[in-house]
Write a protein that binds this ligand. Structure first.
Ligand SMILES: [Zn+2]
Length: 93
């Protein structure tokens, strides 16, 4: 989905802090998807108990604090758009 190098480039450009808001440590691990056909997403639920499948969801990049296991989420599509607009070569996509 998003490599660690890509995420570091994005963070550097956006000025994102690396510290965990819970414990202050700064070692994060990208949540690896269960398999190559699955990505993480923040899913919605219906408040009346009914089901709508697939549930509307927001594709997400999930990071896990290596110290206290706090979860950190980013909307994948926003990062993907930035990566497409800022390829490693520096040229516009
Ligand atoms: Zn932490």
């Amino acid at each position: 989905m998003v490599s660690n190098d890509d995420l570091q480039r994005f963070y550097s450009d956006k000025g994102v802090s690396g510290s965990c808001p819970s414990c202050g440590q700064s070692q994060w691990e990208i949540g690896t998807a269960p398999d190559d056909k699955t990505d993480w997403a923040l899913s919605s639920v219906r408040t009346d108990g009914s089901a709508f499948l697939p549930a509307p969801s927001v594709p997400a990049v999930i990071l896990v604090c290596a110290n206290c296991f706090t979860l950190r989420l980013h909307a994948y599509l926003g990062i993907k758009k930035w990566l497409d607009e800022h390829p490693i070569s520096g040229a516009k996509a």
